[in-house]
Design a protein. Structure first.
Length: 634
């Protein structure tokens, strides 16, 4: 049995890939930030595919060290999996899952042995932004030639390359993508705090190489003693003992920066690709145990080592960007090292540095989140803001929300269902058997929301007409007698389930509500192939159709003239939910006086409007029947 449960976005990624393959898309790219569990998604996809096809699968990483992670993660979703390792001297071929390094299989002999070992149904390429390299393309070509139906999936935190090489050379398109901000909002990644320190140095004279600043010329500037001392002083002032990874330009810069830290009493070590494997692992273990405060590195920690924050030491909570870069991909990889959530970790501090430059537009944190400039977080005067040498964003999530001015009067852009407005909040008709969802602002704070499900009474024996109910309701064809005669639940019969233990903000409330809708459809689909939540998607085809005659009759009595079937459905949904909610408020004084006048017993303090309405209606109906019976007798 698997020991790990897929997160909602991981299930979405798996579904997107499966749907794409049904349409013949065999070269897929999945973009997920560091810490989002890309390897878990791959492991589950591989398990499903291998078990379905009976053919092998390959998970390929570009360094020998990085194939350990998929080998360790695979048993979390497939407990009895057999894994073969192909790296250096290891050549364990013919297993259901093979983890292999590009370093090893790019050689002609080892590649041919891999191809000849068995048939393959799937190839996963980790850190797929490397896949446009000749070595990767040669491996892919050999596997495709031997296995024409093979599915190729790339995993990456960034689909962009600094050198401008197009990922489309290997992958057809991005099959699924989730941003850092979305996962921070959903609580899966840590919020980011930015502290930007100005360095009094120009980088205008630096040339570009392969789309980024030329490393040797950057090193010449950032290894100046005054620059390194400023960086270390900034860390001592701002990081306050946070466990830190510092990204350097190259090996020489990483060594000098570590020495600068140690000379100022901060325990630091350097890690880079030229170190022996045993020494790298030794320093990593010291860092992970909290015996080193800072680890300076050059490229080694931009990829892989996903377990670096999963230990008992103080959490990794600071990323120091000691090198300027023009590469968005590299910047994303660097900050991604610090976004993993951990106990006692409030956020991750991004300690960044700005340089004097009119020629180069270096990447900085606000750029990644659509902020053209740093928003003013505080009450500084304009002249003070312009002269400030240091800039601070305590929370990137709060800054983005402030900058984008979220409109609480509308569903968030990422909402996927056709929410309707009502006087009580946002509501959604999930279906006759599923009830309604309501996202309602709280009385105390209109920026926080409760999520409530109004569930219809259970049915003893759902009839076959349910299968086509939605289609029939939204067509002009007459309904079958069984469906036409079926009584819809009265407002007071709906069961109220509050899905939130405490109020949520705007986007979280919609995320929870839509997740609940998917789970309800999944649980109650009873094996029917109704496309699950397709009928409530905001882009469903039927929404643009003309209103039905039944809809027009129902709405004309209220003076409403919908232009489309979707608009009419939303109007009816709002009316129904308003009646359901209104009938749950305390009965009016007028209702109570009428009941008392008629001598009807009721709970004065707890009776609701709906209950009172039902009693009054039944009483008047009985009186009419009695009057009709008396008249007939005469």
């Amino acid at each position: 049995m698997p020991v790990i449960k897929m997160r909602d976005y991981q299930d979405e990624a798996l579904a997107a890939m499966a749907n794409g393959r049904k349409l013949g898309k065999k070269r897929q790219l999945v973009v997920l930030p560091t810490g989002a569990g890309k390897t878990i998604v791959a492991a589950e996809d591989i398990r499903r595919t291998v078990q379905a096809t009976g053919k092998g699968a390959i998970f390929m990483a570009h360094r020998d060290e990085l194939i350990k992670q998929p080998a360790d993660k695979m048993p979390l979703v497939w407990d009895d999996v057999k894994i073969g390792r192909v790296k250096a001297k290891d050549n364990q071929l013919g297993q259901p899952v093979t983890v292999a390094s590009v370093q090893t299989i790019k050689g002609e002999k080892r590649l041919q042995q891999l191809v000849d070992a068995q048939e393959y149904s799937m190839l996963y390429i980790d850190e797929a932004h490397h896949a446009t390299a000749d070595s990767y393309k040669r491996i892919v070509a050999a596997l495709v030639k031997a296995n024409p139906d093979i599915v190729i999936v790339g995993l990456t935190a960034t689909p962009v390359r600094a050198d401008g090489t197009r990922m489309s050379e290997v992958f057809a398109d991005i099959t699924y993508q989730k941003s850092v901000l979305e996962l921070i909002e959903d609580g899966y990644l840590s919020d980011l705090e930015l502290k930007q320190v100005s360095l009094d140095v120009s980088i205008d004279g630096i040339k570009k190489s392969a789309g980024d600043l030329k490393p040797s010329e950057v090193r010449r500037i950032v290894t100046k003693p005054n620059i390194m001392n400023t960086m270390v002083d900034a860390w001592k002032t701002e990081a306050k003992g946070r466990r830190t990874i510092a990204f350097a330009v190259d090996v020489d810069h990483a060594n000098q920066l570590a020495q600068c830290f140690n000379s100022q009493g901060v325990k630091a070590a350097v890690i880079h690709g030229e170190l022996k494997k045993e020494e790298r692992e030794k320093r990593l273990k010291l860092f992970m145990k909290g015996k080193l405060q800072v680890l300076t590195n050059c490229f080694v920690l931009t990829e892989g080592y996903d377990d670096i924050a999963l230990d008992d030491a103080p959490p990794l909570s600071c990323i120091m960007l000691a090198r300027p870069t023009l590469s968005q991909g590299l910047y994303i990889q660097q900050i991604g090292r610090g976004t993993r959530i951990a106990p006692d970790k409030d956020n991750c501090l991004i300690l960044d540095f700005s340089y004097n430059s009119k020629r180069h537009h270096i990447i900085q944190l606000p750029h990644l989140f659509g902020l053209k400039q740093l928003p003013k977080m505080g009450k500084k005067k304009p002249d003070e803001e312009a002269e400030a040498k240091e800039k601070h964003i305590p929370s990137i999530l709060a800054a983005v929300r402030e900058f984008k001015h979220i409109d609480l009067r509308q569903p968030p852009p990422r909402a996927g269902f056709r929410w309707a407005k009502s006087k009580f909040g946002f509501t959604l008709s999930i279906g006759q058997r599923y009830g309604f969802m309501l996202i309602r602002p709280t009385e105390k704070n209109k920026e926080l929301f409760d999520v409530i499900h109004y569930d219809p009474p259970e049915e003893e024996a759902p009839d076959a007409a349910h299968e086509e109910e939605f289609k029939l309701f939204h067509s002009d064809e007459p309904l079958p007698k069984k469906t036409r005669k079926k009584r819809r639940p009265r407002s007071e019969e709906y069961r109220e389930h509050k899905l939130t233990s405490k109020p949520l903000d705007h986007e979280w409330a919609f995320g929870l509500a839509e997740d609940a809708c998917r789970e309800i459809h999944e649980a109650r689909s009873q094996g029917r192939t109704m496309g699950k939540t397709k009928v409530i998607d905001k882009d469903a085809d039927w929404l643009a159709l003309p209103p039905t005659e039944a809809q027009l009759r129902a709405l004309s009595r209220r003076g409403k003239k919908p232009k489309s079937r979707g608009e009419a459905t939303n109007m009816i949904t709002a009316m129904v939910i308003e009646r359901i909610v209104q009938d749950r408020v305390p009965a009016t004084i007028k209702q109570k006086r009428w009941l008392k006048w008629k001598g009807i017993d009721f709970d004065w303090h707890n009776i609701t409007t709906g209950e009172a309405k039902k009693i009054i209606s039944e009483h008047m109906t009985n009186n009419r029947k009695q009057g009709a019976g008396a008249g007939h007798g005469h």
